[in-house]
Write a protein that binds this ligand. Structure first.
Ligand SMILES: Nc1ncnc2c1ncn2[C@@H]1O[C@H](COP(=O)(O)OP(=O)(O)O)[C@@H](O)[C@H]1O
Ligand SMILES: Nc1ccn([C@@H]2O[C@H](COP(=O)(O)OP(=O)(O)O)[C@@H](O)[C@H]2O)c(=O)n1
Length: 212
C-alpha cells in the first residue's frame, strides 16, 4: 500500500532559525530540502547585478529568469539582498512565476522539507506537518549579526535590528501571501534554545502531529 509522502512546512520571520531547523529535519527524516528564500534572494541579486529597478514589478519579473544560475552565489546571504528580496517578493507576478517549482518540490513522491514564509499557507497547504519558527527580534538580530560578522561582513547590530523590523513589517503586511502562521501549524519559539535543542523540539512537534 502506498504511504503518504512526508512533507514538512517550516515558516517564520527572518533569522528565527527556520533554515537551521528545516535542514536538521531534512537530515533526520532523510528528505530533500528547499530554502525558498533563496529563490527570492536570487531574483533580488539578479536585479542588483543588471541595475534593474526593485520598484518595478516588470523588472523584477524579468529577473526571475536568472534565478537558476544564482542559487549558490555567496552574495545571496547579504542583508542588502535580503531587503530587496522582501520588496520583490511582494509582487504577485514574481510569486506566481516562482510558484510552480516550489509546488513541484513539495509534491515529490519522496517527501520534502521546505522553509520560507508561505509554505504552510500557499505552497503546501496540505502538508501533514507544519511548524512556525520564531524568536524575539533582539535574539534574531543577534543571530544575524553573528552570522554576518563570522562571514567577514562589516555590520552593526543596530542596523540589523532596523532591517529586520522593516522586513518583518513588509513580509507580514503585504497582500500577496503574507507571513502568517497557518491555522494548523505548531509554534516553535527558539528564543531561549540553542540549535540542537530547537531541532529536538521540532522533531518532537512533528512526531506529535504525525501521531494525531
Ligand atoms: N536556536 C538557535 N540558537 C542560536 N543560533 C541559531 C539558532 N538557530 C539558528 N541559529 C543561527 O542563527 C542564524 C540564522 O539562522 P537561520 O537558520 O539561517 O535562520 P532563518 O532561516 O530563519 O533566516 C544562523 O547563523 C544560525 O546558525
Ligand atoms: N517563501 C518565501 C520565502 C522568502 N520570501 C521573501 O524573501 C525574503 C528573504 O527570505 P529568506 O528566508 O532568505 O530570509 P531570512 O529569513 O533568511 O532572512 C523574505 O524577507 C521574504 O520577503 C517570501 O516572500 N516567501
Amino acid at each position: 500500500m502506498a504511504t503518504t509522502p512526508l512533507v514538512i512546512a517550516v515558516d517564520g520571520p527572518a533569522a528565527s532559525g527556520k533554515g537551521t531547523v528545516a535542514r536538521g529535519l531534512a537530515r533526520h527524516y532523510g528528505l530533500p530540502h528547499l530554502d525558498t528564500g533563496k529563490l527570492y534572494r536570487a531574483v533580488a541579486l539578479s536585479l542588483l547585478r543588471w541595475g534593474g529597478d526593485p520598484d518595478s514589478e516588470f523588472a523584477a519579473l524579468r529577473a526571475v529568469h536568472e534565478v537558476a544560475g544564482l542559487m549558490d552565489d555567496p552574495e545571496l546571504t547579504s542583508e542588502m539582498v535580503g531587503g530587496i528580496a522582501s520588496r520583490v517578493s511582494a509582487y504577485p507576478a514574481v510569486r506566481a512565476a516562482l510558484l510552480e517549482r516550489q509546488r513541484e518540490f513539495a509534491g515529490s513522491p519522496d517527501g520534502a522539507v521546505l522553509d520560507g514564509r508561505d509554505i504552510g499557507t500557499v505552497i503546501a497547504p496540505h502538508a501533514p506537518a507544519k511548524l512556525f519558527v520564531t524568536a524575539s527580534i533582539d535574539e534574531r538580530a543577534r543571530r544575524r549579526h553573528a552570522e554576518l560578522t563570522a562571514a567577514g561582513l562589516p555590520v552593526h547590530l543596530e542596523e540589523i535590528l532596523i532591517d529586520l523590523r522593516a522586513r518583518d513589517e513588509r513580509d507580514s503586511g503585504r497582500s500577496a501571501a503574507p507571513l502568517v502562521m497557518a491555522d494548523d501549524a505548531l509554534l516553535l519559539d527558539t528564543s531561549a534554545m540553542g540549535p540542537d535543542e530547537a531541532l529536538a523540539e521540532a522533531i518532537r512537534l512533528v512526531e506529535t502531529r504525525l501521531a494525531t
